[in-house]
Design a protein. Structure first.
Lengths: 372, 379, 372, 379
């Protein structure tokens, strides 16, 4: 391993907003499959790639992520040799135009400049995918390019990925443009907001951004840099989800109910680490019926569950039916309740309302702590 | 600073030969239980929850797995500045050679140097192979209140079964006046649970004397407790009334697993105020396929259910293929039941594969079948 | 231990401001004796008192404290049974009038209400003292009082403790008033901003404060409560420092150069825990002269040090003289430099300016990262 | 996922009898060094810094302190999800009794089951009692590049001293063609450092064969390496040129400590890119009193200096009273030198007290004095 990089994990841009869930935590802290948090994926990718110095940028409501990451031992990062450093910004009004990644980097420039590694891998905390960053870095160095950008080819760019950027490439995989997805076509190359570059270029872009505009993001700077630097695309294949809307969130979870997709993504040679909770196994009572679902531990299942994701410590009462839904931890779905096409947040208790159904494509969202 | 001045020593040296092949490669305390746990998680979690910081685990038999399992004390939160789980095996010393632990008391005696290093006021001696939840801190309060030299945890057993146990006869103040091992005519139904709190200063002296005694078998029950009773030491019985199970046989291990299927089971593993901690991996949730049918089960994360499951306990990484049936059984981690196979009244060991269409176990058999070797399939 | 409490460690009030040092970190993160951070003391007091569920409230610039606390294993807190929970506030403009402890509690009320303990011990992150909180709690419960408040009798209330509150007590130790120290007399009873009360009263005061004034602090609410509740004082004895000004900070460090004071405070039965850094021992070269000083590890001492505190990884050059000063980690004091009565912050390099002396009582402060 | 597929085994079983009383209650690798460290911190920190996640520490002799010291793998950051330090002592097995490790190779052979559990491609075998900083990852790259079965770390020694060492004779490509133990007429000056990387698949076979060989002393140097050379295995020498010291005697241990007083000492313990991790307590900084006089010293936190110190290494909790003198000496943790006492050219063991006005050691003595018992004072 001749080429060494440190990692930077970034928050979602200020214009990205996921209805409901986002009111209570940043996207990185969203539950995935009831067990993981979205930020587990970029951190695990880095850990598995041998990157053991990682900066995680936090803006609004950092508590859940701070607790979840702790000292990073569960991500298999040697706490003496490496570390996961949590970096905060003062400027933490989520939707403020000044709440950009660049401003976060500027506030912590001393930390960045002190890193001994020559390269940096920047990855977002709001996307889920699997990628060997060491391979990406080796490729980056071998090609002699200035910036390598990870992209994914999608065919649903009209309905999904609406808050993402799209790239256009020339024949040599050179990036010609990087701009917001306007949903103009189904097929697009979605930027995965993941970049490899030298620390020098990274620091340079940050400092230049300050002069250009106080509201510029790193993506904006890279878009500009396409004119002067050698910026190339690197295609990612396999499962990819950008959690930039409730629809995208729902779809990402539901896609994993396809067993082949799940088995392809979760393999023993590339573990995804998470903070565990010592929850006991789940109890299925006589009369329960569960099909095509993922169920987390410490559940008490008395009713029917179909095509759903059930989080930790969830109770599904007698005669209750949960269909095509995501039920997050500690929710209590009372006897006889019918839920379809919904995302039910943590600590929700549904007892009195007997039916929660969304008729549209977008699922209904039930607020954290609500008693219905 | 430790919350209690009590250090715990877990006797985990048992060969557990009544568990047959289950303990061939694994010490008994490392045997899997309850969909997720290993037996030793119970005393270790009890220690952690009781505020005990230092735990010695005494082992000598085939202990690679047990050793590396308990050495990671972080599983029970016992890896703070001043806490730890230490595996203590027999050691070669400057003045004597390498020798096995000759008895429960000898195991402690051989580690007096370890205990002295922490200078505790009390030591708690536990067995590594019981399933129960107990607050040792409360037992210690009782011990202190009584001004005891030794406190022995006891539980009431049915009088007619009492002759199978070590029975403590007490006076009205719970002071033990007599100890009878498997008495023909029991005078009380208070059976020893093999859980002791000793005032260390007193016990240290007794152990050193016991080591010198050529007639001793160096066992707490057989040698030390009688010596204490014959002397004028104060021994008290501390009564425990919760769920408790010795899982020394295949049948009792299976039963203890089945107890978890009761909706009001006494062990209450989902009580978040007294969690049992264990190795918890970042595996995916349990995946229940469209073809699955579950009628009463206790299932851990990472299991994949494609077939039918009735009244069974399923550990992580178990795969039950579509068309397979699992009835009244316990499937330990990584067990695989292929298409068309049926498993009934069986305990399937770790990583065992039951081949296609194989039939294993019998609904009517009295004893539980232990499946510790792969079973070939039939086409 | 029949009575159980959870701990709350709070940030300094918005009107407390320590010149210089405070620009870079909250007071809890200030270095004490070059080795500890101020927040180590309240956390260790709690850990030693058997309190293993602790809420630490952070407002501005939380990075250093988050890194320092990590998962709390070094504070001897069982991470499964207990935990140190870091709680953030959105409202983090340091000197905003809304930046009060009460508003921080309100933002995290869900976390507070979910604690299973009956009592709470509230302690400040900006004071240094030793106290067995279990004893305080037992006394509190035995006396049947509503709120117990820790106080310290001082005789320098004119020069020091100026941002603290003072209490007046009646004969029964009942608190009659709690108000800002106006420096009107030498002898005062200084409130140590440390309270014991039931969780119920705590939550009640928080909720009432919201109605009273958006800018009220817990101390304000307790001052009000003196009229209706039974609020009693409990006298603390031994070393006590309130780090509420650069003078107080300097004095607290210097007092520890009195060996008897240090030995009385640091005893093996009440350890103060801190995050350690695996720094190697300190090298004293031929020609060095060190007297009446505390020196941290990984130092390279070639010059003269008198009546000073020398932090980790500090270099004192040949012929350099450091007198009555506090030199923080990674500072490099060049050959022949003379420093007297100064607080030199981290990463400072003094090479070109040969003399730094403060003539007044208040020490000179040299800014972090400065090259002089 | 591990960064390397190499597992390390540290041989820490030595009685270290040449260190006399220092190793009476402590295994040699747990002996204190350098003001702050224990010897085994060096191989363990090297492992952590080289990205090795799993380390087995093989020990059989008086290991309570060593055992509880290394079991807390967090000291070296080796307590993450997939890393750990495991103490491996001789174990009783289903098919054989309890036996001591009979040689360096036997120690590994008896733990094949442990190694297999991690399924590594390579194993690194280290000695627990050398002071050095080495990147084993680079050695592994060399091993892979050469396609070696075994790589042995060597260092150049003065040719005239070569006959005191195990010497590797190599061809131009660094392939080892001959190994001579203490040759009368050495052909090269490349001495083995007792640091080996083996391709596990190959070594596993050789160890199993060696176990069956009744004539073998089960030692890597004496048995395994010769067998490999006689076969057609590829052995390579990897040259190391940094600071390295075997601290097997009182004199060499003292010398290794004194080396740290050089301003440009090669070991460079303050290099933050390759830290040596150790137990680091929250003790107060070193306190230098008004009466102190320090002329060349290496002092750890928690020491209290009231007297004079010249050219000495001072560990934590050492107290040197006003009026006491410490010259050319090493004072291990907790050593106390009372008023008026003088310590010269001595190595004072842990927690030893040198009484008032006592004179210990001699400026002119050739050998370093080991002080392992309290020295009475004189009034």
């Amino acid at each position: 391993m001749a080429n060494k990089a440190f990692g930077v994990i970034n928050s979602a841009a200020n214009y990205i907003r996921v209805e409901g869930l986002h009111d209570y935590r940043p996207i990185g802290a969203f539950s995935f499959l009831g067990r993981f948090r979205v930020i587990d994926f970029p951190i695990s990718n880095m850990s598995n790639s041998g990157i053991n110095r990682i900066h995680v940028y936090l803006n609004s409501r950092p508590r859940s992520i701070v607790e979840h990451i702790g000292d990073g031992r569960h991500y298999n990062i040697n706490s003496k040799r490496g570390n996961i450093q949590l970096l905060f910004t003062q400027n933490n009004g989520h939707s403020s135009i000044y709440n950009t990644d660049i401003n976060a980097y500027l506030e912590n420039l001393e930390q960045i400049e002190r890193m001994p590694q020559d390269y940096v891998i920047v990855a977002p905390s709001y996307m889920i995918y699997k990628q060997d960053y060491q391979k990406l870095l080796d490729e980056h160095v071998a090609s002699g390019t200035d910036i390598t950008l990870l992209y994914h080819k999608v065919d649903q760019a009209k309905e999904y990925y609406r808050a993402c950027n799209v790239v256009t490439l020339n024949k040599q995989k050179g990036v010609q443009s990087l701009e917001r997805n306007m949903g103009t076509a189904k097929e697009k190359l979605i930027s995965m907001d993941t970049y490899v570059m030298s620390k020098e270029i990274f620091v340079d872009l940050i400092k230049k951004a300050k002069k250009e505009s106080s509201a510029y993001s790193l993506a904006d700077m890279i878009a500009l840099a396409c004119e002067t630097l050698d910026v190339r695309g690197y295609q990612h294949k396999g499962f990819f989800a950008a959690i930039t809307s409730l629809d995208d969130y729902y779809r990402a979870n539901m896609e994993m109910l396809e067993y082949a997709t799940a088995m392809d993504f979760f393999t023993s040679d590339w573990p995804f680490y998470t903070k565990t909770t010592d929850a006991c196994p789940t109890q299925y009572f006589h009369g329960a019926s569960v099909t095509n679902s993922m169920v987390c531990n410490a559940g008490l299942i008395e009713g029917t569950v179909e095509n759903s994701i059930i989080g930790r410590n969830v109770h599904i009462g007698k005669g209750a039916v949960v269909r095509n839904s995501i039920i997050l931890s500690y929710a209590d779905i009372g006897d006889g309740v019918y839920i379809e096409n919904a995302v039910v947040d943590k600590w929700v208790e549904v007892k009195k309302i007997k039916k929660i159904v969304s008729e549209s494509v977008t699922p209904t969202y039930v607020k954290r702590n609500d008693k219905l | 600073m430790a919350q209690t001045s009590m250090l715990a020593m877990i006797l985990a040296g048992g060969r557990g030969s009544r568990l047959h092949e289950l303990t061939k490669k694994v010490a008994k305390p490392a045997v899997a239980y309850g969909g997720k746990y290993r037996i030793i998680d119970f005393p270790l979690s009890n220690c952690a929850n009781s505020g005990i910081d230092i735990v010695g685990v005494l082992t000598q038999y085939e202990s690679v797995l047990l050793n590396s399992y308990v050495a990671a004390g972080g599983r029970w939160g016992l890896d703070t500045k001043d806490s730890g789980v230490f595996v203590l095996t027999p050691r070669e010393k400057a003045d004597c050679g390498l020798d096995v632990y000759r008895g429960t008391a000898d195991a402690i005696s051989q580690n007096i140097d370890f205990i002295d290093a922490y200078d505790p006021e009390y030591i708690l001696v536990l067995s590594g192979d019981h399933i129960y939840k107990m607050n040792y801190d409360k037992m210690l309060s009782f011990h202190k209140e009584m001004g005891a030299d030794a406190t022995i945890a006891v539980r009431g057993v049915p009088m007619k079964e009492a002759s199978r146990f070590g029975i403590m006869n007490t006076d009205d103040n719970r002071r033990i006046i007599e100890f009878e091992e498997k008495p023909e005519k029991p005078k009380s139904n208070l059976a020893s649970m093999g859980i002791y709190i000793f005032t260390w200063k007193t016990m240290r002296k007794l152990l050193i004397e016991d080591m010198k005694n050529p007639d001793s078998s160096h066992d707490f029950g057989k040698d030390i407790i009688p010596v204490m009773l014959n002397g004028d030491k104060k021994l008290y019985a501390y009564e425990f009334s919760g769920y408790w199970k010795d899982v020394g046989t295949i049948d009792s291990l299976w039963e203890a697993n089945m107890d978890l299927l009761d909706s009001d089971n006494e062990l209450n593993l989902d009580d978040t105020s007294w969690k049992i901690y264990t190795e918890d991996t970042g595996i995916i949730p349990q995946y229940i396929a469209s073809s699955a049918k579950i009628d009463g089960a206790y299932i851990n994360q990472g299991a994949h259910i494609g077939g039918e499951v009735s009244r069974s306990v399923i550990f992580s990484n178990v795969k039950i293929a579509p068309g397979a049936k699992v009835i009244d059984s316990v499937l330990m981690p990584g067990a695989i039941v292929e298409e068309g196979a049926t498993v009934t009244r069986a305990l399937v060991a770790e990583n065992i594969r039951i081949g296609k269409n194989a039939k294993v176990g019998n609904k009517k058999s009295e004893e539980i079948l232990l499946v510790a070797k792969n079973v070939k399939g039939e086409d």
